[in-house]
Ligand binder design. Structure first.
Ligand SMILES: [Zn+2]
Length: 97
């Protein structure tokens, strides 16, 4: 619900950078085990080809908090929304950037 809130939830403070979209502790994927998610859209970074990327924080059910770049997210096979328009900014009525 608050994945796009402006303020970082407290559990993100101890998040570690995961290389890949798996929990560094239990190796479960964000889709399998994330009980909470927060997207740091306040600090987007421009990667290759002017494509924006940002930090995605996941709170795993094992208690570990981790984050990875949105650009590193693998294509999902588990029913996540397909990205039809990758360059379209997220719609958010409260957005002010
Ligand atoms: Zn875990």
């Amino acid at each position: 619900m608050d994945a796009f809130s402006a303020l970082a939830p407290s559990w993100t403070e101890k998040a570690v950078h995961a290389h890949g979209f798996n929990c560094p502790t239990c190796r479960k994927s964000n889709v399998e085990a994330a009980k909470n998610v927060w997207i740091n859209r306040r600090s987007p970074v421009y990667g290759e080809g002017q494509k924006r990327k940002w930090q995605e924080f996941y709170h795993c059910e094992c208690g570990c908090a981790w984050w990875a770049w949105s650009s590193d997210r693998p294509p999902s096979e588990l029913g996540e929304r397909p990205e039809r328009e990758p360059n379209r900014p997220f719609f958010d009525p409260l957005d002010d950037w």
